[in-house]
Design a protein around this ligand. Structure first.
Ligand code: HCA
Ligand code: CU
Length: 384
């Protein structure tokens, strides 16, 4: 069973300038839970007192979702997360040679000892706790280091190994792709008699986050990380709405997600993050289901399937038609029908001519404006 982990409240807050107040965090967690997201990564409690408090509040809300906290591989981070009452702790520690030499100044053996001690400590405190270990920058780390650290982590009690493409390095169809990586990782762990659940965390630096995550799923990853609007460090991670729509509509994974609440969720996040949803963003962007050119509109109003491969109703949206210089007669007909305004051919032609000239100024005619344009055309017909 595939599970989605939403990290808007953790990775999402690593977007420069983004911070959600405690009451907004609770509202976000509630909405994610109502949508049916399986795991909510609520934050890294040691970062600030406010985050600590918010993670505590979310963990105690009795949500259907599993509530997770992020944690360095340090006892003090784990203690604080446990104190919050979370059911899941994500522990990360990079095992690239450069990081070990230059930042941690430790050899691999000492690093692995630190990781396993922290995992054992966490499991001892709360045996039912789910523990994820992430070798940060997994895919650029020496494979043998990853296997050594991940294998030891599982033996110490980690339930989940997350493959992090921390820098958006993987490219589908090349020598470094997520499908091959996860297949190889599973095989190597299997050879050691270990079969943890695999998670995948993909950054979008090259624009391949979603494709890489889906590639990872095809290779057996069962937890996929995402965030609303793909918020996160630099270019962010997988966009939640795009992921859910693909899983539901294309991969048909068993689920209970209510995607009709996505517009509400995206409004909430965009309002309080100050990050507008780009108009042409898939699924949740204003234009995602809007047809513009006359040829498109003519066909789409008869049957949307001519220019849509995804039913907007699945994600709480409706088909729309834009009125501008690209419009044709069927665009105007569609708009007038929506406004329940009666018309003859003369009025249609006059309106289209006005709409086109307004469009040439670089803007669209909204339905509320069209009403006034109709009145204008009736009073001032172009052909006397
Ligand atoms: C970070 C890096 C991280 C960690 C992912 C994880 C990444 O911000 O700490 O702990 O599973 O991309 O590697 O987000
Ligand atoms: Cu990340």
């Amino acid at each position: 069973m595939i599970k989605v982990l939403d990290s808007t409240l953790r990775e999402g807050e690593q977007t420069p300038g983004v911070y959600f107040d405690g009451h907004i965090k609770l509202a976000i967690a509630d909405l994610l839970d109502e949508i049916g997201i399986e795991i909510i990564e609520a934050g890294h409690p040691i970062v600030t007192e406010d985050i600590h408090h918010a993670v505590h509040q979310i963990a105690r809300k009795n949500l259907k979702a599993i509530v997770a906290a992020h944690s360095r591989s340090l006892k003090q981070d784990v203690e604080l997360a446990l104190e919050c009452g979370v059911q899941f702790i994500g522990i990360f520690y990079s095992v690239t040679n450069e990081r070990l030499d230059q930042v941690f100044r430790k050899d691999l053996k000492t690093a692995v000892r630190q990781i396993t001690e922290v995992i054992r400590y966490a499991k001892d405190q709360k045996p039912e706790l789910l523990i994820r270990y992430t070798p940060e920058d997994t895919v650029r780390s020496p494979f043998e280091n990853v296997i050594e650290a991940a294998g030891a982590a599982v033996e110490a009690g980690a339930d989940i190994i997350s493959v992090a493409d921390t820098t958006g390095f993987m490219v589908p169809g090349t020598g470094h792709n997520m499908y091959d990586y996860i297949s190889r990782l599973k095989e190597a762990l299997d050879q050691r008699g270990l079969s943890p659940m695999i998670a995948v965390h993909c950054h979008n630096d090259r624009g391949f986050a979603l494709t890489n995550a889906l590639d990872g799923m095809r290779a057996g990853a069962e937890i996929i990380d995402a965030s609303v609007l793909g918020l996160g460090e630099r270019a962010g991670i997988v966009d939640l709405a795009q992921l859910l729509a693909a899983l539901k509509d294309i991969f048909r994974v068993p689920n209970e997600w209510d995607l009709t609440r996505l517009p509400e969720l995206y409004d909430l996040i965009s309002k309080y993050s100050g990050m507008p949803v780009p108009k042409n963003f898939p699924i949740t962007g204003e234009n995602a289901f809007t047809h513009c050119a006359g040829v498109h509109t003519h066909a789409a109003v008869q049957n949307p399937v001519h220019y849509q491969s995804l039913d907007p109703a699945l994600v709480g949206r409706e088909m729309d038609v834009a009125l501008d210089h690209m419009s044709g007669i069927s665009s105007v007909r569609w708009a007038l029908d929506r406004l329940q305004i009666e018309y003859d051919n003369e009025l249609l032609k006059d309106l289209l001519s006005h709409i086109k000239s307004i469009g040439l100024k670089g803007r669209t005619v909204h339905l509320s404006e069209l009403k006034h344009l109709v009145e204008w055309c009736i009073k001032h017909p172009l052909k006397q």
